[in-house]
Design a protein around this ligand. Structure first.
Ligand code: F6P
Length: 342
């Protein structure tokens, strides 16, 4: 078989480990030929590809980013997108595609699969918001980086009697904020799933400081927003794919805390630092298992599926189940975090 591979959406630690696993088992065990498409769906639509071999892709396991490049383009946004995908696959003699991506890339994969294209998806996002899988690779790395940063910010918070606001990624779901906040001992965590009341946040900080603790750490997910009518909503630019460029809510929250409480407050936005660099050991293993499961699924012509993990078991689920809705934070986790607020 000839199998195409694409990586789409934001880059993510572990993408190269998935690619490596697909090539290793695809070439060495099954004898398939692997074709890499450059820059996500864009490379399929524009027929920009090259052959990937074990010999030509050594040293990938620990490397961050993606050797294939990425974009947020979906074939559904392109005129005659599905025809272009089919034409490229025909021209390259490619039997099936493995699409490694988040919500946008996998929604494109679901649409193409429904039009009869042979596809297997691999879930990827540091945000951990893909449905039908317990976890996505990249999330563990992002949480570890955020926790390390919170630990470091504690030093300054404590030494200077300051409130430190830390903004982390998390567009629709606050998984990174909740995990890193719990791990880093945050005194407040603001997430997209639960609009916040700035007065309540300030009250909790004041209560804490009235007990003699003179510093606080507040973790804010970039997608967090105030309860309607309580604060001016943020305005965001939109990129060429209609994707909002988030960022800045942490700064707004910090300014409000300082002016409402009188406590000196500083803000740090971790942004793309959370997505960069080498994956943790956990993410390398998960990415490797997902890559192996994806090439197995294609070899067995088990198309229209996404690889996933439930408990410790890697398996496949229908692509539609994965992209129907996002996996948002459960109340139990927020409940655990809230015990430590204020
Ligand atoms: O991939 C998901 C994500 O990390 C979101 O948390 C974030 O909002 C987005 O990517 C940022 O994307 P970009 O790098 O394209 O601005």
């Amino acid at each position: 078989m000839r199998i195409g591979v694409i990586t789409g959406g934001g880059d993510c630690p572990g993408l190269n480990a998935v690619i490596r696993a697909i090539i290793r088992k695809g070439e060495a065990v099954y004898g398939h030929t692997l074709i890499g498409y450059k820059n996500g769906w864009k490379g399929v639509v524009e027929r920009n590809s090259y052959e990937m071999t074990i010999a030509g892709t050594r040293g990938l396991l620990h490397r961050g980013g993606t050797i294939l490049g990425t974009s947020r383009l979906s074939p559904t946004q392109v005129q005659d997108g599905a025809q272009k995908v089919k034409a490229t696959m025909k021209a390259d003699n490619v039997d099936a595609l493995i699409t490694i991506g988040g919500e946008g890339t996998l929604s494109g994969a679901t649409a193409m699969s429904e039009l009869g294209i042979n596809i297997v998806g691999v879930p990827k996002t540091i945000d951990n918001d893909i449905n039908a899988t317990d976890i996505t690779f990249g999330f563990h790395t992002a949480v570890q980086i955020a926790t390390d940063a919170i630990d470091r910010l504690h030093t300054t918070a404590e030494s200077h009697d300051r409130v430190m606001v830390v903004e982390v990624m998390g567009r629709h779901a606050g998984w990174i904020a909740a995990y890193s906040g719990i791990a880093g001992g945050a005194d407040g965590i603001l997430v997209p799933e639960k609009p916040f009341d700035i007065d309540v946040v300030c009250e909790q900080i004041k209560q804490r400081h009235s007990r003699g603790v003179k510093f606080s750490i507040i973790v804010v997910a970039e997608g967090a927003s105030p309860i309607e009518g309580t604060l001016k909503p943020m305005e965001y630019e939109v990129d060429e794919y209609g994707h909002q460029r988030l960022g800045g809510i942490g700064y707004q929250v910090a300014r409000e805390i300082e002016s409402r409480t009188g406590f000196e407050t500083r803000e740090t936005s971790l942004g793309h630092i959370l997505r960069g660099g080498t994956p943790t050991a956990y993410d390398r293993v998960l990415a490797t298992r997902f890559g192996i499961a994806a090439i197995d699924a294609v070899h067995n012509q088990n198309y229209g599926q996404m690889v996933a993990i439930s408990g410790t078991q890697v398996h496949t689920v229908p692509l539609q189940d994965a992209t129907r809705e996002l996996k948002t934070l459960d109340d139990e986790l927020l409940g655990v975090a809230e015990v430590f607020f204020g």
